[in-house]
Design a protein. Structure first.
Length: 367
């Protein structure tokens, strides 16, 4: 059975459902078409911010001292800022607002600098790099004066780009070098590696589906099986125990017009691949370090795993290219990533190891 062209051009949930129902071979062929290169992860219809893979040079000027002091509040406030960026012919500036976001990294006791949300008025967006993305998330180092923490940002960016290659419905990203300036000059300027992340509602809009934010308690059977299988394998690949479908923790759900619900994963700073100083597994899990891989997804037979494993193997050259293309990733961290991911590929190439580490720890109902 071959999926008709009208299905191939539609929402990926329907595409994969068609292929899954046809045969192992069909799904492997369809899956192999998902991103043959790093550039393929940036859709042609992307808004200006995400149309390029080049590093965006940005200066953000705001009352940084007060923003950093205020972030433990339960009612986070917005701070006015000037967003200046290089546009190819010079520089351009646009007024924006900033607000701390996140959970662990937002707390002053955990990080010197929080992740940010950037927002700008619709009237100011037209013709700027932020056009079409009036709100966008910004991942920035937990400790901006630490070279090691800046490397964490580059490793997490690599995880996002890798996920994009394997999943059509995925948050797009753009790497940046950002200089933060305090408008009151009470804090010294600092320049860091950072990256922008597309919001979940923008991902939903991109693939013409609905964001479902009211499905806490979802079980594995409630979502699209092939996508969940691939997502779970990706979390295993990067060594991320910090996700839960039922709690919608680092997961959001998209529903198409036929009612199919597709999970999307994000946030990998607690993964073994990034291996931050502050990450640790939940005490309820049977691992002592995030660098220990733990499969937390649904149960399948080896035959049912066949299409997804074939797609991962077919995409490996493009995944390897991601890590080769990240600028300013240190040789030590690049080697760290290659070795860690190498352990995953060894498991995929050894059925006994795959059965022992994936089939053995699978979860029948949910996580």
């Amino acid at each position: 059975m071959t999926c008709p062209d009208r299905v191939r051009r539609s929402w990926p949930g329907r595409l994969l459902r068609c292929a899954w129902a046809s045969s192992v071979t069909a799904l492997a062929v369809v899956g192999a078409s998902v991103g043959a290169s790093v550039g393929a992860s940036t859709p042609l219809g992307a808004q200006p911010l995400f149309k390029s893979d080049s590093v965006l040079e940005v200066t953000i000027t705001a009352n940084m001292r007060d923003l950093l002091r205020e972030r433990d509040s339960t009612k986070l406030q917005w701070f006015g800022a000037e967003f200046t960026y290089a546009d190819g012919t010079g520089t351009a500036s646009v007024p924006v607002e900033l607000r701390a976001r996140g959970h662990f990294r937002r707390q002053r006791g955990n990080c010197d600098f929080p992740p940010l949300m950037v927002k700008l008025p619709k009237s100011e967006a037209k013709g700027t790099v932020l056009q079409g993305n009036r709100r966008v998330k910004l991942a920035t180092p937990c400790r901006p004066n630490s070279a090691e923490y800046q490397q964490y940002i580059l490793l997490e960016y690599g995880a996002y780009r890798s996920y994009q290659l394997l999943h059509e419905a995925a948050p797009r990203t753009r790497l940046a070098r950002i200089t933060y300036r305090d408008s009151s000059e009470r804090i010294k300027p600092v320049t860091v590696h950072a990256f922008f992340i597309e919001l979940d509602e923008e991902v939903a809009k991109e693939v013409s589906v609905t964001l479902r934010d009211n499905m806490k308690g979802a079980r594995f059977r409630d979502v699209h099986t092939p996508t969940l299988q691939s997502l779970s394998l990706f979390e295993f690949m990067v060594g991320n125990p910090d996700w839960s479908l039922g709690a919608l923790h680092n997961i959001y759900l998209l529903q198409d017009s036929t009612g199919v619900v597709t999970p999307v994963a994000y946030d990998w700073d607690w993964s073994g691949l990034v291996n931050t100083r502050y990450s640790f597994p939940d005490a309820s899990l049977p691992i002592k370090s995030v660098t220990q891989r733990l499969y937390m997804g649904p149960c399948h037979t080896m035959a049912e795993w066949g299409p997804t494993l074939a797609r991962y193997r077919d995409t490996k050259p493009a995944l390897d290219a991601v890590w080769a293309s990240i600028p300013e990733l240190s040789p030590a961290k690049r080697t760290q990533a290659e070795r860690y991911l190498g352990g995953f590929w060894k498991i995929l190439d050894n059925e006994k190891d795959f059965r022992g580490t994936v089939l053995r720890t699978c979860r029948p109902e949910g996580n």
